[in-house]
Design a protein. Structure first.
Lengths: 366, 450
């Protein structure tokens, strides 16, 4: 094999692909490698950890064809250390890959590529939709943090995506809070739903380009195809809990606050939160205020009273402050609304004028 | 191997596959797979975690797997790969081996797990005689007002006198009388093991809590706690905790609290602080009653002379008595009729102890051999120290164990005066109180003589 590629393109591709390689060293060496293919279809980078897989196309000149597998971490270190513009050449001789870049020349030991698994790209999936990559990227990267990090319940460690009536709904919950985001789609025909592991979704979000991509899925896997390449992920084979059930239909009090106020006041209050990260919020419809209170026996206590538009009856609830502040990264609305349905019932947070988001957080025991 | 069992078939496949591919490959590709089912049409369905696996199995392992299962049986036609739900891939819990959990057929071996009590021991089967009447009354008193009347109740007596029966019967009765209250029976040995285990596991606090929750704690054979200082201390604290909250405690031992060796004074005092009552040797009438009751329990009626024969001709503990009764009952059941006196005599031959008609010469020989001296020197007039002591021990043994008169002993041992013999016996008697080594020596000699 003998190829030459632009440094910048190569290092970007390697950076993306290396995220898909297996990070645990105990497994098959081929899984922690990046496969470099030079052939009729041009230059390709492949990596997989058997959960997700990536196949990236690179533009470059192929002098001779060939396949080679290189340990992902090494290749990533090399690629990130390139300086200046220009091209590099990669040459495969025996079990050595020689990378020449301007002044430098490195010889890399390769890994046998026979063990490198084939990445299962869906050939003719039943369901496909076209949507801007940036949209999916934002959706995944904002909502994935709300999913559970534990693998005990695989369905909670996943993002639930459902496509219905031209709207893509993404839901993530770790059973303490829930985030639901809706995105309108341009083509309204496709319907379907699937669960994608949140961890994989984050990796995929990094790899997606901003322009239009084709998302396709079947029962067991989904693929995201763009002009730069393809990303696949296995899907979680489980049934997602019927989350709509837990969203309170009625409410007893509602407050609308400026996002800026909410953010800064919460930030100050959390300094005084205790080991359980508890912050108490109270609605006061008479004075039209919304206030935060937290107390830590070692540090002291703090309270913040914000002017707000409050309608309903007075109420006090306690929350883990992390779950409250998480909402700020989910919406960019100028002001937010908090709707409570009573003691022990979840609190609904929405962005005013942002109908795409619904955030639900369970209170702590008082 | 059962080729119809998916689990066994898969295990067989795995062992074969492991031989033909690298460990890394094996771990990566085969760890999370299993056979879902074996179809009626001979298709084996293998469950894999994702599409990656499915593709790779088809590409790399299909022919290998097919060959392996074909080797098992030609009934298997093909392999299909299924992507299975995540829940199904969780490690399945080992199904409990129901064969091993079969209940023991003998009711007598049944022990209640929660309180450790053997339900066989009840007051219904307990024979009350003059020898254990006091202990029985104390037990009843403790049962009527647990934790108040006699706390702790300490029952002692030689082995096989029915201590365990009595204290377990208290436990069983307590359970019946006070439902909802907690009883626990254990031997002191179990207590020691439990304590050391808890120290080892670093759960000493759980150990404390465990024993403090009981309303009635029964500890058998506390004499085994001697020299176990830490356990004694733990028992001391446990005792205080239970005693302070008026929880009944019952102990049993083969000797009185005061004479248990190597036990902390403060614990000794506490053991004796309630009621210490002994069960003495059963009198012949009680023994007869016991024999009758035990035989009746087995549904065998024995004639009065047989009962008397068993109860009187054979010395020994109640446990031995029970053994004899069991043996007779067994004989009776085989024959189908109650045994007569001749048969009983025949069947009990194995239980009879060797008679203690042993010659003076025999005793002298054994003791001389034990001390490594010439037996002739025993009979001589020599006063060498190494001879005098064995001679005194011989006199003591002849007197104590064989009831030979002082003058006879004197004349048999070289024509000595009976006052010499009396002096020797008294001397040994005095010395064994203070000299533990001497006690052991005499004990060893006694075993040689039987």
């Amino acid at each position: 094999m003998n190829i030459s590629i632009e440094k910048k393109e190569f290092s970007e591709a390697v950076y993306i692909a290396s995220r898909f390689a297996e990070r645990k060293s105990a497994t098959l060496p081929a899984l922690s490698s990046i496969l470099l293919i030079a052939g009729d279809e041009g230059i390709k980078l492949r990596a997989t950890n058997l959960e997700t897989g990536i196949d990236l196309k690179l533009t470059g000149t192929v002098t001779t064809d060939g396949v080679v597998a290189i340990p992902a971490t090494i290749l990533q270190q090399i690629a990130s250390a390139f300086t200046q513009e220009g091209k590099i050449t990669l040459e495969h001789l025996g079990d050595i890959l020689v990378i020449t870049s301007g002044t430098g020349k490195s010889s890399l030991k390769t890994v046998p590529y026979d063990d490198f698994p084939s990445i299962p790209f869906p050939e003719n999936p039943k369901n496909r939709i076209v949507l801007p990559g940036i949209l999916l990227k934002n959706l995944f990267s904002s909502i994935a943090s709300c999913a559970s990090t534990s693998t005990v319940r695989p369905e909670l460690a996943s993002i639930y995506l459902s496509i219905e009536g031209g709207v893509l709904t993404a839901v993530a919950t770790d059973s303490f809070r829930l985030a639901e985001k809706k995105v309108p789609l341009s083509n309204k025909g496709t319907q379907g739903k699937f669960l994608i592991p949140a961890k994989n979704a984050l990796d995929i979000a990094q790899a997606l380009p901003d322009n239009d991509i084709i998302m396709s899925f079947d029962e067991h896997q989904c693929a995201f195809v763009s002009e730069k390449g393809m990303v696949v992920s296995r899907l979680t084979n489980a049934t997602y809990p019927d989350y709509r059930q837990i969203i309170p239909k009625e409410s007893i009090v509602e407050a609308t606050i400026l996002r800026k106020d909410f953010e800064t006041a919460l930030k100050r209050t959390t300094i005084f939160s205790d080991a359980f990260q508890k912050v108490r919020i109270s609605f006061d419809p008479k004075k039209n205020t919304f206030s935060f209170f937290s107390k830590n026996t070692d540090i002291g206590e703090s309270s913040e009273v914000l002017s707000a538009h409050v309608s309903g009856s007075a109420l006090e609830l306690s929350f883990n402050h992390r779950y409250l502040s998480a909402v700020l990264s989910l919406t960019s609305a100028e002001s937010i609304s908090l709707t409570a349905a009573g003691i022990g019932r979840p609190l609904i947070i929405k962005g005013v004028s942002d109908t795409s988001l619904l955030y639900l957080v369970s209170p702590m025991n008082q | 191997m059962d080729k119809g069992n998916p689990k066994e078939l898969w295990e067989h496949v795995l062992t074969q596959v492991e031989l033909s591919i690298s460990p890394a490959n094996f771990n990566t590709w085969f760890r999370n797979s299993f056979i879902v089912k074996i179809g009626d049409d001979g298709v084996v369905y293998i469950g894999v975690p994702s599409q990656f696996f499915k593709d790779w199995y088809l590409k790399k392992f299909h022919s290998l797997l097919l060959k392996i299962i074909r080797d098992v049986s030609y009934e298997f036609r093909n392999i299909e790969y299924l992507i299975v739900k995540d829940e199904h891939r969780k490690v399945q819990k080992e199904s409990k081996n129901t064969r091993g959990a079969l209940e023991l057929p003998l009711e007598e071996f049944y022990i209640n797990k929660s309180d450790n009590l053997n339900p066989r021991y009840t007051f219904d089967t307990f024979v009350i005689g003059s020898f254990n009447n006091l202990a029985y009354m104390a037990a009843q008193a403790a049962l009527n007002r647990p934790g108040i009347t006699y706390n702790p109740l300490f029952i002692y007596g030689d082995t096989g006198r029915g201590k365990t029966h009595l204290i377990q019967a208290i436990g069983n009765q307590f359970k019946k009388q006070y439902q909802g209250r907690k009883v626990f029976y254990l031997t002191s040995e179990k207590f020691v093991v439990d304590y050391t285990d808890s120290v080892q596991a670093g759960t000493a606090n759980r150990f404390k809590d465990k024993y403090r929750q009981y309303d009635l704690l029964i500890m058998d054979d506390v004499q085994f706690l001697s020299k176990k200082d830490k356990t004694q201390e733990e028992l001391f604290h446990l005792f205080n905790a239970l005693h302070d909250t008026n929880k009944q405690i019952i102990f049993s031992s083969d000797r009185s609290p005061a004479s248990i060796p190597d036990i902390a004074e403060r614990l000794k005092g506490r053991l004796a602080s309630g009621m210490a009552v002994d069960i003495s040797e059963p009198d012949p009438e009680s023994r007869m009653a016991i024999v009758q009751k035990k035989a009746a329990l087995h549904g065998v009626m024995l004639s009065p002379e047989v009962v008397e024969y068993i109860a009187t001709t054979l010395s020994g503990s109640i446990r031995e008595l029970e053994g004899m009764v069991n043996s007779i009952v067994c004989h009776a059941q085989v024959k189908g009729s109650a045994p007569d006196i001749a048969e009983v005599r025949q069947s009990l031959r194995s239980f009879t102890r060797p008679q203690k008609n042993i010659s003076v010469k025999n005793v002298v020989d054994r003791v001389a051999e034990f001390y490594g001296i010439d037996e002739d020197s025993i009979y001589e007039k020599t006063r060498r120290r190494e001879v005098v002591r064995p001679r005194q021990i011989i006199m003591y043994l002849l007197r104590e164990d064989f009831n030979i008169s002082y003058p006879t002993i004197g004349s048999k041992l070289g024509g000595r005066d009976h006052t010499t013999v009396i002096h020797s016996c008294e001397k040994i008697k005095r010395e064994i109180i203070v000299d533990n080594d001497l006690v052991k020596e005499i004990q060893n000699i006694r075993t040689l003589l039987i």
